[in-house]
Design a binder for this molecule. Structure first.
Ligand code: GLU
Length: 293
């Protein structure tokens, strides 16, 4: 791929960004700009719980705090074929299988030997042609899963160091034909020349699956930095019910001042923070958002 290297922020437009999401976007921008990378924003709108008006407000909020990006945002829903072509490629290589399991089936199935907790138990991995035909006839449209040949994979994270996590036969395409997040993110990062992935550390456990899939597809592993989340006073993820948490509620200037302070910067502008940016000095603990009660 001929793109120059890039970092990115890739929100799902399911709800307005809260200050924690914006803080992650700011960090992604700082990581990219401080290493001479381009910065891109991608709208992850494949899921049917996402909304165009929310996507627009997310972009407006990112612009309001001063973030800049180098290409018009890509919308995942506008190129589903890109992901489905990769599913076809993997299928042609014998690296997929159809899965007819419901969520309940998966929870109730005995775990395959060696399969780590939470991993797909392997129920549909080795169905015979007859068994498959029978399940198809029963009417449940199959999901397509990756036929993985490992149980774990290691990624290198700038903040967490080497991180080894579960790789199972994860879903590539859902039963309703929608490309799965783990597939779309890997395919898009490669297609857009993204070689630096900065995002919330709730996604660290997904990164071994994604890096393994990238390797299968011949893409190189991006540089990862999974940054701490923002929590409420109870130590739970910040959410709408925590009060004034969005950029429009807080105001862009005040949001940026609070984000900068939470990261230990005296400067409150992006350029001011960029001048002093040092990944090794970032707080490693979640930021507890001070709420007005
Ligand atoms: N769209 C995902 C989210 O909003 C993030 C994907 C990613 O950064 O890899 O949680």
């Amino acid at each position: 791929m001929s793109h120059s290297p890039a970092g990115r922020f890739a929100p799902s437009p399911s709800a307005d960004l809260h200050i924690g999401n914006v803080r992650t976007a700011v960090l992604a921008w700082l990581f990219a700009r401080s290493t001479g990378r381009r910065f891109l924003v991608r709208v992850e709108d494949l899921d049917d719980r996402t909304f165009p008006d929310v996507a627009q407000r997310q972009l407006d909020d990112l612009a309001a705090v001063g973030l800049t990006w180098d290409e018009p945002p890509e919308y995942q829903a506008s190129h589903e074929g890109r992901y489905l072509a990769v599913v076809d490629e993997l299928t042609a290589r014998g690296l997929t299988f159809e899965c007819f399991c419901s969520r309940k089936d998966i929870l109730q199935a005995p775990r395959a030997p060696h399969a780590p907790e939470g991993a797909y138990p392997g129920t549909c991995r080795n169905l015979s042609d007859d068994e498959r035909a029978e399940r198809r006839a029963a009417g449940r449209p199959p999901a397509i899963r990756l036929r993985s040949d490992t149980y774990e994979y290691t990624v290198i994270d700038l903040l967490h160091g080497p991180y080894t996590g579960v790789v199972d036969d994860f879903v590539l395409r859902r039963g309703d034909n929608v490309p799965a997040y783990n597939l779309a993110v890997v395919v898009d990062d490669a297609a857009q020349g993204i070689d630096q992935v900065v995002r919330g550390d709730d996604l660290l456990p997904s990164s071994p699956r994604q890096a393994y899939l990238a390797a299968l597809l011949g893409y190189s592993q991006p540089v990862y930095a999974h940054v701490p989340l923002v929590l409420n006073a109870e130590g739970k993820r910040l959410a709408k019910r925590d009060g004034a948490v969005t950029v429009s509620e807080i105001g862009a200037e005040s949001a940026m001042a609070q984000i900068a302070a939470s990261l230990g910067y005296a400067a409150t502008t992006l350029d001011g923070m960029l001048a002093q940016f040092d990944p090794q000095r970032l707080p490693r603990e979640p930021w507890i958002f001070p709420q007005l009660s």
